[in-house]
Design a protein around this ligand. Sequence first.
Ligand SMILES: Cc1cc2nc3c(=O)[nH]c(=O)nc-3n(C[C@H](O)[C@H](O)[C@H](O)COP(=O)(O)OP(=O)(O)OC[C@H]3O[C@@H](n4cnc5c(N)ncnc54)[C@H](O)[C@@H]3O)c2cc1C
Ligand code: FES
Length: 246
Amino acid sequence: MKERQGSVEENREIASGYFSLIVSGDFPTSSPGQFAMVSVSDTFEPFLRRPFGIADQGNNWIRFIYKVQGRGTELLSRLKKGEVLSLITPLGKGFFMEKGRVLLVAGGTGIAPLLYLAQNFEEFVLLYGAKTKSALLREEVEKIIGKAHSLIYTTEDGSYGLKGLLTSHIPEEKFSMAYVAGPYKMMKEFSRIYSGEAQFSFEERMGCGFGVCYSCVVRVKREGKEEYVRSCKEGPVFFGKEVVWI
Ligand SMILES: Cc1cc2nc3c(=O)[nH]c(=O)nc-3n(C[C@H](O)[C@H](O)[C@H](O)COP(=O)(O)OP(=O)(O)OC[C@H]3O[C@@H](n4cnc5c(N)ncnc54)[C@H](O)[C@@H]3O)c2cc1C
Ligand code: FES
């Protein structure tokens, strides 16, 4: 974990309110599921950095996909090519790689870490849901479609793909692992329905991002005991069998 400066290479709106941010710089290598704490302005307002899953990384660049939610992401969306920003990366523990045929499940911005993860598999099924057609990042997904054995889009309003919640369309076949990222409620419902082994990437609100403030805890059961652990340190990826859903 190191603080590094980078310069904005691209900060492009790829769908309404969704941005692709590419930062060039000398960043340590990450693994899928890890995240970065990103400074969203060069002043002290807002004071805290914001966490974003790494959506891709290459030689001297790193990519994020984010949705404008509030003050921090709104400021981030204003950054122009060439502006400097500071990242602490990589943070947390990423996905444990399983062999065989896997299921990737993304709700909303949960697609970002899964785009990075998908590059590691020869064959996978991607189940990807959003509220409406305009919030589905299809162009980004279709860049990796070559490797997807099948691709299932869902929208809550039925404007594209299958209608309804993503969790109503979970494929019935057996997978060696399911990798799930998205809103807590979706992941909890997925875990209730799906009986196979799964890993979940949590997006708890974070203060520091590196284990100091305890603002990001997730409840887990380990060796028969329930406890709270920091998702920025022990996660953000957890195995389904250890998560205590609240
Ligand atoms: C490990 C991790 C990875 C993440 N990866 C991504 C990503 O790849 N792309 C992306 O768009 N976002 C991601 N997020 C969420 C992102 O950090 C928040 O959307 C962002 O911090 C909001 O900042 P803001 O200042 O714009 O919003 P704020 O002004 O802080 O909040 C605005 C609204 O967004 C909600 N919100 C803020 N943070 C979160 C959160 N963590 N989870 C759910 N709701 C939140 C608030 O409740 C509020 O309603 C990730 C979060 C974590 C912890
Ligand atoms: S964000 Fe501070 S301990 Fe996790």
